[in-house]
Ligand binder design. Sequence first.
Ligand SMILES: Cc1ncc(C[n+]2csc(CCOP(=O)(O)OP(=O)(O)O)c2C)c(N)n1
Length: 639
Amino acid sequence: MARFLDRINSPDDVKKLNLDELEILCEEIRQELIVTLSKTGGHLGPNLGVVELTVALHYIFNSPVDKILMDVSHQAYVHKILTGRVKQLHTIRQYKGLNGFMLRTESPHDCYGAGHAGTALSAALGMATARDLKRSGEHIICLAGDAAFTCGVTFEALNNITVSTKRLIVILNDNEWSIAKNVGAIANYFNKIVTNPHYEHLHDKAKQFLERVGGKGLVNLANKAEEAVKSVILPSVIFEELGLRYYGPMDGHDLPQLVKTLEFLKHQDEPVLLHVLTKKGKGYQPAIDRPDKFHGLGAYNLETGETKSSPTPTYSELFGNYLAKFAAENPKICAITGAMPTGTGLVSYQKVIAERYFDVGIAEEHAVLFAAGLATQGFRPVVGIYSTFLQRAFDMIVHDVALQNLNVIFCMDRAGLSGDDGPTHHGLFDIAYMRCIPNMIVMAPKDEDEFVDMLYTSTEYAVGPLAMRYPRGSGTGVLPKDKPSLIPIGKAEVLQGFKPENKGKKVAIFGYGHLVSMAEEAAGLLEKSGFSCAVINGRFVKPLDKENLEQFAGQADAVLTLEDHVLPGGYGSAVMEGLQELGINVPVFRVGWPDEFIEHGNIPVLREKHGISAEHGVKLVCAYFEASPIATRKVHVNV
Ligand SMILES: Cc1ncc(C[n+]2csc(CCOP(=O)(O)OP(=O)(O)O)c2C)c(N)n1
């Protein structure tokens, strides 16, 4: 039998269905998500939770004239399906396929791009204010999860709503989960509202009222309805104090109820908040059983929900395990995460060092300030955080940690290209934003063994802040030694010197972090073409090892640098600055990401496209010498 889903090319087609048909459509969407994502991977759990909500939104509102914003927008797959993109769902998160988040260039229905949490309410407020200034009549609807309310910026927006606009619809999608279980006082507060028996009683009354007056007929009864629904307001509800009329809590899977309520809210002349309760993973048992795993994952077995795991431990796993070991010996070590216990690997640390483990919610700014406070009292806080999310806390790193020269350790996971999540999640800027800060030590390990050494070194270092970057997944698979060693701060590692017997042109190759293996590969290729190569593991971009630079770049005919970071402000830039300071004039060729936002897609494909390869480095060097066969360096400019 033909599916309703196959007739949905735009939200107009949703509006043609009756309520019974819409219920069937919801089930078809669930099946489509469960089956398709088993092959592509993606944010299954969050999307299964918002099927009815998204269908109701597109049934009642008129996107793209009305603007629907979603916080993070990892839950926007259903929205994509209903706005003409169902046929491309199988391409999601792949190169040239659909992006996994809302993307303004992808569709006029994606009115606001996101990927980081906590941004939707402020942006929605801006849009509502723009609408008021233009005197246009569209609706602005902001859908935010309960974890978005652990973000400080969400509260900054709440503080501003009543002074900015008279009309805004906020939907709080409360499923009690962030990626892990939601944390903190606000999560407890939502729970109190939901479990208050007095409240449920009042809510039932409102439900009966809405059922009696029926769906779209509510328009004429708006005033009466408001009176009735007002009675469901719990006077102490925090949103009321902040100027948002609170409605709820209601079952976010009850489609008829959602439709009626949204129709009602559409006609309200004040900022409103609808609190809906949903189940993450609804309709797929493995996702209900493991909401954290099914928040976002790779391809999985449709029957069992099983996924493939990495054959060697990932950097994140090593981080959690080894930090726990070091913390068992050192009572000053504390670990902090911003709602990412599984992603950062701290989940294993939490199990053994519970007292010195802190999940602060999606609150990166607070995480860094909290670490600063701990450090002033002699503790050694380790902030486990994705490179991309630390961007948000730049001022705290500068003003609070570095300026006061506090012993805070930043372990920046997912540094480098993140791949299928795309530009919101690539960790391509952290070298630039860290190395410009005085007092900061900035480093990157070449492999897993060196990672553990650097982690150990950081916990032993007592002179100020350090930042270490490492990529998603595992590296070359080198297992850590039994006993970690201290790494001398600011010292590069020479992996291969120039061989005196090789009389070819000399190329000094400097690799940074996990691209050191690519530097070794480039050396092999260049040597085959008659060049003489030295290979250096940079280890530290700050302080840069000038002695090493002088020794190797000082005698080279060309320098090649490789890094998994944007070229502006990156490791290669640091090398060039170092050479300039040393007065060494030598051509420098840099492999790294260009000065643009890199699209989503799988890492090998994107590396190939953007020239992040040993071959590309070799090409740059060879092209230079082919263009000027007599090119030699040897011009020292002393400044
Ligand atoms: C600034 C920032 N920190 C961390 C994350 C990682 N992250 C993505 S979604 C998410 C949880 C979102 O929970 P919620 O908003 O309640 O939505 P749900 O998935 O439960 O529907 C987190 C922590 C992020 N996207 N942005």
